[in-house]
Design a protein around this ligand. Structure first.
Ligand SMILES: [Zn+2]
Length: 143
């Protein structure tokens, strides 16, 4: 007698694969999934950085949040959104808005659909804002 009415979408959310740009539904509680289309492993949880962290890459379909005392040094951050309240030194490729709080530092190239910067923030890099679909070909000698 377990007639659940409409399969609720409450516990699902749509993410966009970082690698093939295809949207798909995942469980809200999932931390990591395998893309249905390109079979790459995708992290879907938000990444919260509260202290100094040096990493090669941060890849997530969730948000990356760098708290006031957070300081990230990475080659590349790929995410669906970035909030910087501390310091970031990385090449950022975000599918959603990048928010840089007042007195935050963001050093590195940024690709994002939008960028909001608080007064007093330090930005240093090349910014490509509102670019359409990103073809992630970083090394293409023919161009
Ligand atoms: Zn994919």
């Amino acid at each position: 007698m377990a007639h659940s009415p409409v399969p609720s979408s409450e516990d699902r959310r749509t993410i966009v694969c970082l690698y093939c740009d295809k949207a798909q539904e995942v469980s809200r509680r999932a931390m990591q999934i395998t893309c249905k289309y390109c079979y790459k492993s995708l992290r879907v949880e938000d990444v919260l950085i509260k202290a100094y962290e040096a990493r090669r890459v941060i890849d997530t379909c969730g948000m990356v949040v760098v708290e006031k005392r957070g300081h990230v040094v990475a080659d590349r951050i790929r995410c669906s959104g970035l909030i910087v309240r501390g310091k970031v030194k990385a090449h950022v490729d975000s599918k959603g808005a990048v928010l840089v709080g007042p007195e935050a530092d963001l050093i590195g190239d940024v690709t994002a659909p939008s960028l909001a910067v608080g007064a007093g923030a330090v930005l240093n890099g090349f910014y490509r804002i509102n670019s359409p679909v990103e073809t992630s070909s970083t090394t293409n000698p023919s161009i």
